[in-house]
Design a binder for this molecule. Structure first.
Ligand code: TTJ
Length: 666
């Protein structure tokens, strides 16, 4: 992409060439040309407005989706400069939309902290749009420039300026920038903007940038009132509100969350955290508002800072006695919910999904800034808060010692060959983990049918008798005492929690097979929570699936058909004659081995749902609201909705899956 900059000096040729490169290889700039890529070109625009706000100009971003899938982004900042750029001979506005990476050229001068978030710039949005219009309001004038991707001599010229900058008078109070564009169907096909995707991200941005007002308006959906659907996000408390939001449904050890921030030059760090009576650790970090799911140097720096500050302070105040040893980082992080955000320049991402901050200097920087900040906080904190933090660590340390014992029990499980527990399980004969599947089946009778109906070479069956333990709010040593969980860990071969090692996974597909009723949903939820908490890579690696048994059997003479939901049932019933029998399966146990194989286990005819985590923070919250205390009634939700089971996460799409999809997401 850089090549073009040097090859073509004459403004317009250079410009057009640059954008055409984006057209030719959109993937290089936005990852995919699917629905994700389409949202990516929206975030490119939003990032520009965000930068302006971060630098103190304007305090709101309004997004509006229109019926033709065009979309507008409006801020109340200074407006993109419209005067002619001294060296380039065109307005900054034109350059922003017609040159690759133009954003940076202007940002550095005008901005002290710059997100530079997604980083490929607004020109990429222009290049991949059917048309794009910019309006800048300032000094009583409304300036407009228009671009479009036009066909000339049978070739598409991307993001060509079709209307020069022109201005008209407007209300002198108006200030800011509006960009409206329509993603090109020649690039994205018939994908559409998703209200939910945009809402989720705006909500996150609203937490990360406290006090900034965001709104999303969907003109495609007109409610009963005759008005468009609108959602607004603004959190005065910023990341502290984020922590409170994540902790909804848990019992906090103190309130409000602890908040500290520090700046040094172009570097800024913000931290909010709160302990609750739970045991897992939930740290979510961001760099320039981008989630760093895989962590990185900022997160490492934070963890060291928290441990150091608390141990130093504890010693200084004699909370940790002379003969006592220091608490570990994990002791201090038990039941901790934290949001860490840094704003910096030249961030470098690494890791499998490029969501890990790599800049080595950041570790010490964050550690030093936060150690000071946390100590300052502790020196002024209320006694209750301090007592709660050290009490929590004390209990955690004790648990750690007993957990060490429990863990060696768990480790030994792997070496067990003969055991009453293992007796229940029917292993497969094949030795290739890539081909092997483990069915975790609800109930002994369904387990029996599955054992008989399976493909013995590749399918292993693990029947669960009772309900497995709900791991939420349980200590690790108690979790490891549960027979069903011991069985699962033992079967998978991976170990558990910190000792988990995906390389030892014995079955590359782990399939939960439970009834399509409330109890089944609860079992699925419990198992998914357990995997999310203690074997997360099983999910992120794409190994966890939900089996889909049919709900109905329709028999007409000798012909048997299965329906996986009510919609499919209707369809089948309309195609059969008068003489049919309809059986509603109340559970897996009602199916004989052949039927279970045919409908649910045979890789050729079954449909599976792959479990995926779309958004760690949101999944976290879901689990807490669902699996925490008093959440019995809401337990269906975890299985039925969004974050755990996304449309694009369906592993094997058969006709049945097509139908399921509608019901599972609708
Ligand atoms: C740059 O420094 C001088 C004053 O204006 C600054 C600027 O560019 N501000 C700015 C850009 N505010 N908003 C934008 C912007 C907004 C949208 C919706 C899209 C783009 C590409 C930029």
């Amino acid at each position: 992409m850089k090549d073009n900059d040097t090859k073509y000096n004459a403004g317009s040729i250079h410009v057009l060439k640059g954008l055409d490169a984006v057209r030719k290889r959109p993937g290089m700039y936005i990852g995919t040309t699917g629905v994700k890529g389409m949202h990516h070109i929206l975030w490119e625009i939003v990032d520009n407005s965000m930068d302006e706000i971060l630098n103190g100009h304007g305090n709101s971003i309004d997004i509006e989706i229109f019926k033709d899938n065009s979309i507008s982004v409006t801020d109340k900042g200074r407006g993109i400069p419209v005067d002619i750029h001294p060296t380039e001979g065109v307005s900054a506005l034109e350059l922003v939309f017609t040159t690759l990476h133009a954003g940076g050229k202007f940002n550095n001068k005008n901005y002290s902290v710059s997100g530079g978030l997604h980083g490929v710039g607004a020109s990429v949005t222009n290049a991949l749009s059917e048309w794009l219009t910019v309006n800048v309001f300032k000094g009583g004038k409304k300036y407009t420039m228009q671009f479009a991707s036009v066909v000339e001599n049978g070739e598409i010229i991307s993001g060509k300026k079709i209307k020069d900058l022109y201005s008209e008078d407007c209300d002198p109070k108006l200030r800011g920038t509006t960009v409206i564009f329509k993603p090109d169907v020649r690039v994205f096909g018939n994908e559409e903007f998703s209200f939910d995707t945009i809402s989720k991200r705006l909500k996150e941005l609203a937490f990360l940038n406290g006090g900034v007002k965001f709104s999303i308006t969907d003109n495609r959906v007109v409610g009963e009132s005759g008005r468009a659907k609108v959602r607004k996000f603004c959190y005065g408390g910023g990341i502290s509100d984020f922590v409170l939001h994540l902790n909804e449904g848990k019992t906090p050890k103190y309130n409000p969350p602890i908040y500290v921030e520090k700046k040094q030059g172009h570097f800024a760090v913000e931290l909010a955290f709160q302990h609750t009576d739970t045991y897992a650790e939930s740290v979510f970090s961001y760099v320039n508002d981008i989630p760093t799911t895989e962590g990185g140097t900022h997160e490492t720096g934070f963890k060291s800072a928290l441990t150091r500050a608390l141990n130093d302070f504890g010693r200084a105040k004699n909370i940790i006695k002379d003969k006592q040893s220091n608490f570990t980082g994990e002791d201090y992080r038990e039941g901790l919910t934290a949001i860490l955000t840094v704003k910096m320049q030249n961030m470098q991402f690494e890791g499998q999904t490029k969501t890990k901050l790599g800049n080595p200097e950041v570790k010490a920087l964050v550690e030093n800034l936060l150690t000071d900040a946390i100590k300052d906080y502790l020196n002024k904190a209320k006694k209750d808060v301090i007592d709660a933090i050290y009490e929590k660590a004390r209990v955690a340390a004790k648990a750690r010692e007993s957990a060490a014992k429990a863990k060696s029990v768990a480790r030994n499980l792997n070496n067990m060959t003969t055991s009453a527990l293992i007796g229940k399980m029917a292993n497969c004969s094949g030795k290739k983990p890539e081909l092997n599947e483990l069915f975790i089946v609800e109930g002994d009778s369904a387990g029996g049918s599955a054992k008989q109906g399976r493909d013995r070479a590749t399918q292993a069956i693990l029947p669960l008798r009772g309900k497995p333990l709900n791991v939420e709010k349980k200590k690790i040593e108690d979790i490891l005492k549960n027979d069903e969980i011991k069985l699962i860990i033992n079967a998978l071969g991976t170990g558990f929690g910190r000792e988990f090692n995906i390389n030892n996974l014995k079955y590359h597909k782990v399939i939960i097979l439970a009834d399509a009723d409330q109890d089944g949903a609860h079992i699925r939820a419990i198992l998914m929570t357990m995997f999310f908490r203690y074997m997360r890579e099983l999910i992120t690696g794409g190994h966890l699936y939900i089996g889909m048994p049919p709900l109905y059997k329709i028999t007409e003479k000798n012909k048997i058909q299965y329906a996986y939901d009510d919609e499919e049932l209707k369809k089948i019933l309309s195609s059969v004659g008068k003489n049919y029998t309809l059986q509603r399966y109340k559970g897996l146990g009602e199916m004989n081995p052949e039927q279970l194989w045919e409908t649910t286990m045979n890789p050729r005819t079954r449909s599976l749902m792959r479990v995926a985590i779309d958004d760690n923070a949101e999944a976290e919250r879901l689990i807490i609201t669902l699996m925490g205390e008093g959440a019995e009634l809401r337990r269906e939700y975890i299985f039925e909705y969004a974050d755990f089971n996304k449309e694009d996460s369906f592993a094997e799409t058969t006709k049945k899956a097509e139908n399921k999809r509608k019901t599972d997401n609708g």
